[in-house]
Design a protein around this ligand. Sequence first.
Ligand code: MAN
Length: 441
Amino acid sequence: MFTNCSLGHCHIVIAVILWSICVDSRKIRGISLSYKRFYRERKSFLCIDGSKMIPFDQVNDDYCDCMDGSDEPGTAACPNGRFYCTNLGYRSHYIPSSRVNDGICDCCDASDEYRSQTPCQNTCRNLGQRERAEVEGQTRVLGERLRLKQLLIEEGVLTWREKQAQLRDLQRVSDDLQTQLDDLRKEEARRKEEADSLREREIGARDTADNSPTSPYRPESPISVFKELDSNRDGSITVDEVQAKLSPVQDEEHALSEDEAVIKGRRGVPGSLADEDPNIKAAVSAAEKAAADLKRVEDAYETVYMEIRDLREKLSIDYGSEREFLFLHDQCFQLKVYEYIYELCPFSQVTQKSASGEVVSLGKWGSWAGPPENPYCQMRYESGEPCWQGPTRNTMVMLICGTETALRSVKEPSKCQYVMELQTPVSCQPALRQRGIHSEL
Ligand code: MAN
């Protein structure tokens, strides 16, 4: 290019090249790629706020012309100017223009100290590498946690299905027991009636005999005496029943002794007709057996009823949008803080055990309490033990992301109001896209 030129010409060409390099570097300094369109060379420059038009050579001339500082992005002339660090290989960012050439390296690509004595190194590549390694590490850990979360969600799905099947089985058992109960109730009533009628017939026969002029028991009617004495209507008369009926009220001196009560009881009606008549004995024992069978099935029905109620209650809880928190049910987590052992049983209760062994309720499962956009990040346990001269004890449980599921901290920020942190992979969320490391030119 310079081979055929005279020396004078060469000087001019070199001067033009140096000038253009100088102007160019002056003009593009401190501007982001997207802002370059506002800084077109060899045209007038319109301040970015539109307030003023200036000749282009007044851009970055170290004199502030624009109110918004946009004419001096690469110098410290405007108090409100900002300088763009391109930081190739790391993060781009703005710094106040006042930091340009102030002797301190602000941009990792050293671009802010282009005319200072400070020898700034370009450290962007190292910084970028370090950050990428960190991000990769975090991404790996998060990936592992999200994998665990997925396993727990799947475990929850299986548990949910099991519980549903369990509920259906219990419902079937309950229906069977209900049918048995209907039959046993009828059987028990029939047997009782049979025993009663045999007994009444026998008593009637004795009544007739007792009313004969020779009967030592006249004029008392055995039936009425029996009924009078048999206060619990179980077909037999006990010593207690006789004592209760025949002893003068609050007169211990004249109270019946046990022997007297036996005699008087036998005098009204023999102690138990069943003792004397085999037919009655058989009917009474059949009635007793029917009553025992009924009681057994009633107890079984009661147990199944409770199980169904508990299971329904459990299945009615909100375990998260994917039932991801279901696995926490039936588990308890403990943490010792100072003299107390705190225990959190999710969806059930929170307690505090003191060194003396006293267990105090810090609240029973209330509800999810996170903000509307993420309700599953906080749990509220309420209506615990009342606090002396204070409110009822309540606990807020904050769910945080972590690899293990464990109780991480317990605090009592105000009297009897507790805050716990429960860590679990289920509370981990896929990361929002990381701010990209800048690679534009
Ligand atoms: C107990 C504990 C404490 C609480 C006080 C309030 O000592 O339950 O956490 O602050 O009672 O009197």
